[in-house]
Design a binder for this molecule. Structure first.
Ligand code: EPZ
Length: 422
């Protein structure tokens, strides 16, 4: 398997263009099953996860055609299968989101339960509760969800017991074609929710309130086709911003939505970075000759600090001049990067969902690996500031969610290359 080799100690200087958001693109692709007309997505990231979902959608009857660097055409005139098998859903949880669109289009669906993953148990009970409120009959057997709505879906009222991004998105896309009004309360407010609502509305859906905790959906008979541009990736933006703060130098991130990271910018400023917000670009600068400062952080649903940037922020704190307390409030098992960072000389003590990071003068390069993509990229950030060479193994994870990572870091002066595995 390929690895990424990083020579540490280089400041970063220059521009990095930000790609479309993985976690939005995946939901828009699944939602494209809702219409028999052609949908074109622009600003599409080219990632392992989007290709993986494209394969599943292909099995269900959708033609998925990539054009150039970032355009993808999706067209499902007929649903040819209503089954999403174990092997597909197990490898990528977002595949589970085809359940609602299949029900809406074909009246039935058979979708494997995703099971746990490296960052926690991650059940789908909230997804199923919501979908059953829209009149679907749901049975679980042999690891599969069998869902039926032979007479069509109808609007319903869902009050989520806690905030779930995936369940909110799944409910919203399922309700778009349900008869009558649906209301989602305690809905997630992430920018990806707003992107999905904008996408559906631009093709004829009637969704109001996305981005607040109450979303109202007036079901429509059908959705049309058309073109839509995927929102910029706030997690990729935040990752490079943290990398620039850690390594020092001056980096401009272009094609961003800086307002989606209001929880990050003050923390990076407190850590010693100067942040320049200019609408669709952000400049991050820090003097590489001094150490960053330690800052406490806790993850929260949006608009709080994103769990998908927790590992990267921890990598920054490993070299800060002080101690930082990091609390993970979304997933129960999302500190697997801590022992790997410790192998590079960091001083992190984990206790339940809290980690105490005592900053050290410097890290030392080492062969490391991680079990999910955000943890993997935190090791890349550690490699950028470590003395000597770091080899991040299992690059597979990085390729799931970061487009051309080594190229983007290379263009701002990082010494980073991909080494083919045996
Ligand atoms: C999305 O996952 C993202 N994935 C995650 O990004 C992200 O970390 C997460 O939202 C939180 O922001 C995609 O969009 C593909 P949740 P999702 O439902 O929707 C529990 C990455 O690295 N829960 O908001 O699965 C759940 O276990 C990934 O790109 C239930 O108990 O997250 C978790 O503890 C990782 N029952 C919490 O809720 C349910 O039915 C929040 O999860 C659903 C969720």
């Amino acid at each position: 398997m390929d690895s990424i080799i990083i020579g540490g100690g280089k400041p970063l200087n220059g521009d990095i263009p930000i790609s479309g958001a993985k976690n939005s693109a995946l939901k828009l692709m699944a939602a494209a099953l809702l219409t028999d007309e052609k949908i074109t997505l622009t600003n599409m990231p080219r990632l392992r996860d989007t290709r993986f979902l494209a394969d599943l959608l292909g099995d269900l009857g959708m033609a998925v055609d990539e054009e150039g660097d970032n355009v993808t055409h999706l067209h499902a005139p007929h649903i040819t299968s209503t089954v999403a098998p174990y092997d597909r859903v197990r490898k990528m949880r977002a595949s589970f989101n085809v359940l609602g669109p299949l029900l809406a289009r074909a009246g039935k669906a058979e979708v494997s339960l995703p099971g746990g993953c490296a960052i926690g148990a991650r059940p789908v009970d909230l997804h199923l509760q919501a979908i059953s409120r829209f009149g679907a009959a749901i049975e679980l057997s042999a690891g599969y969800v069998h869902a039926f709505a032979p007479d069509g879906l109808r609007g319903g009222h869902v009050n989520f017991p806690f905030v779930s991004v995936g369940a909110t998105e799944h409910a919203m896309m399922t309700a778009a074609l349900a008869k009558g009004e649906s209301v989602l309360e305690n809905a997630a407010r992430e920018p990806e929710i707003v992107d999905l609502a904008d996408f559906l509305n631009s093709f004829g859906a009637k969704i109001e309130g996305a981005g607040t905790s109450t979303i109202r959906i007036e079901g429509v008979e059908r959705l049309s086709g058309g073109t839509y541009s995927v929102v910029p990736d706030r997690i990729e933006t935040g990752t490079f911003a943290i990398a620039a703060t850690a390594a020092g130098g001056k980096v401009r991130l272009t094609g961003v939505r800086e307002e989606h990271l209001h929880a990050l910018w003050p923390l990076l400023e407190a850590a010693g970075a100067e942040i320049g917000l200019n609408g669709d670009s952000v400049t991050i600068s820090r003097d590489p000759s001094s150490r960053p400062h330690s800052v406490d952080m806790a993850t929260q649903p949006y608009p709080g600090f994103p769990t998908d940037l927790q590992a990267q922020f921890m990598a920054l704190m490993t070299i800060a001049d002080g101690a930082s307390v990091i609390r993970e409030n979304i997933f129960e098992n999302r500190f697997m990067h801590a022992p790997e960072l410790n192998r590079m000389g960091a001083n992190i003590r984990v206790d339940g969902n809290e980690a105490v990071v005592r900053g050290v003068e410097s890290l030392v390069g080492a062969p490391v690996m991680a079990t999910d993509l955000r943890a993997s990229v935190s090791l890349v950030i550690a490699g950028l500031v470590a003395e000597g060479q770091t080899q991040v193994n299992r690059v597979y994870h990085l390729d799931r969610g970061f487009e051309r990572l080594e190229e983007k870091l290379g263009r701002v002066g990082a010494e980073v290359r991909r080494a083919p595995g045996e």
